[in-house]
Design a protein around this ligand. Structure first.
Ligand code: NDP
Length: 246
């Protein structure tokens, strides 16, 4: 029996990168999987086809994470079209780097809306459908703990906020048998952080394993946290960063 047989998952920002890898891995484990996207409609459709190739149901929903009502609607649509919701992976995220003197209030509002408020709104909406065995998994960053370069104040702030949100929600939901955990990726080769990008050599220079990871490296940890074997793990953060932060 597959570990996620008869489970339903929603992965936000599943059209590309880490989210797409997570969505496909959860489908491989037997879950029906919905993904949200904002701009990449064609890529989202292609990911759904790959999900369905595992013999499960797939669904792509356009939902801008900057708009909490859109996030809430995506949760409700997942539950109604796929028959419930057991797992939410809050993956959609944005990153932009500037000197602190250059950041605007609009930058602050956007990064907090997508990287923090959407996680709160989506998770809260998902709780209307989740019972014992429910799973909330937040994708943070190794930069929540350590910021080795200039320019990342708002991004680091947004990801460290998820550490507190994860721990607080874990306390509230533990008695209901719902776990809440965070996964903190290091350099993963995606559009956000390409392995041949301008900062890649520096990133490799501070890693114990001097190579970029793949979305599958993150998806493996998410699959464990989504499955039954992690039932006693909650409020925790798992750094998957090739040894960047050690
Ligand atoms: P990408 O930029 O490659 O992909 C981002 C995904 O999120 C896309 O599917 C995109 O969809 C979606 N997305 C972005 N903005 C929105 C929005 N407003 N509403 C809905 N969906 C949105 O990023 P990664 O895959 O690299 O990153 C995924 C997560 O992992 C993020 O939270 C990121 O902060 C985190 N992370 C990544 C690291 C890395 O090295 N790659 C390191 C540490 C953390 P669309 O194209 O449709 O807009």
């Amino acid at each position: 029996m597959k570990t996620l047989h008869q489970k339903t998952a929603l992965v936000t920002g599943g059209s590309r990168g880490i989210g797409a890898a997570i969505a496909k891995r959860l489908a491989k484990e037997g879950a029906n999987v919905a993904i949200t996207y904002n701009a990449s409609a064609e890529k989202a459709t292609a990911v759904v086809k790959e999900i369905e190739a595992f013999g499960v149901k797939g669904l792509a929903i356009k939902a801008d994470s900057a708009d909490p009502q859109s996030v809430i609607a995506s949760v409700d649509r997942t539950a109604s079209e796929l028959g419930g919701l057991d797992i939410i992976v809050n993956n959609a995220g944005i990153a932009f780097y500037k000197d602190i003197t250059e950041f605007s209030l609009e930058d602050f509002d956007l990064i907090t809306a997508v990287n923090i408020r959407a996680v709160f709104a989506g998770s809260k909406a998902a709780l209307a459908y989740m019972g014992k065995g429910g799973r909330i998994i937040n994708i943070g960053s190794c930069q929540a703990e350590r910021m080795p370069t200039p320019g990342g104040a708002l991004y680091a702030m947004s990801k460290s906020a998820l550490v507190g949100l994860t721990k607080g929600m874990a306390r509230d939901l533990g008695p209901k048998g719902i776990t809440v955990n965070a996964v903190h990726p290091g350099p993963i080769d995606t559009d956000m952080n390409p392995a041949d990008g301008p900062h890649a050599d520096y990133e490799r220079s501070i890693m114990a394993i001097p190579e970029f990871g793949t979305g599958d490296d993150i998806a493996a940890m998410v699959a464990y946290l989504a499955g039954p074997e992690s039932r006693y793990v909650t409020g925790a953060g798992f750094v998957v960063d090739g040894g960047t932060n050690i």
